[in-house]
Design a protein around this ligand. Sequence first.
Ligand SMILES: [Zn+2]
Length: 247
Amino acid sequence: MRYASVNGERREAEPKLHGTCPNCDREVIAKCGQRRIWHWSHRGKLDCDHWWEPETEWHRSWKAFFPQAWQEVIHIAADGERHIADVKNDKGLVVELQHSPIAAEERLSRESFYERMVWVVDGMLYKRDLAAFRKAVDFASVTSDKQNRLILIPLTERAEIFRRWAPLQCPVFVDFGDEELQIGGFVPPERLLWHFLLDRGTGRVVVAPVTRASFIEFALNGSDLRYLALMRRDNPRRRYRARMSRF
Ligand SMILES: [Zn+2]
């Protein structure tokens, strides 16, 4: 965890600091080594929230887009079950930052627990995912949906990441970091997230690219997401533009 309670204050881990877990009130230890980013850890192996995964630089860089008070927010369900949301905004939307793969059942239980949530998935966990996704996107058929969003239909669904992150109840956005991914030979104008959608007709995963900047704005203040859109083909350099849309 990034934050613990130290004498009633929300503090980041520092050497020799003693804190308590904001979720279970037990003692947590400041881990300030060289190998991993500084964090708080429960004594022993036991973590109070079994949904929690070890934090990476990727988690930290995403959390940093949001106000401190929205990071690592305790969420308590009506039946008393409690978990720590990575990010929860002032309108109650939870952004779960997921680095490691999780089983469909666990995904569903988190989605039902938080109700209003979106996933941001670290696509860079496995090298093979990037290679397969790069190919899938570059060779995908390009079309648009009723909302005029550009939709990529991958030629093959063999890329494991499509199976692993096929959407269930809540939206899934996959982050490939700074990797330059081309869409039919075209280099997108800005950094993107890849919104995985289920094509109800075929049951297959299709992909709607959305600008990362607009996703952050959406999570910060509820503004519209900007998806890429298909343009007329006469000017190949300007085939796509970003447009406003809700998911
Ligand atoms: Zn705890």
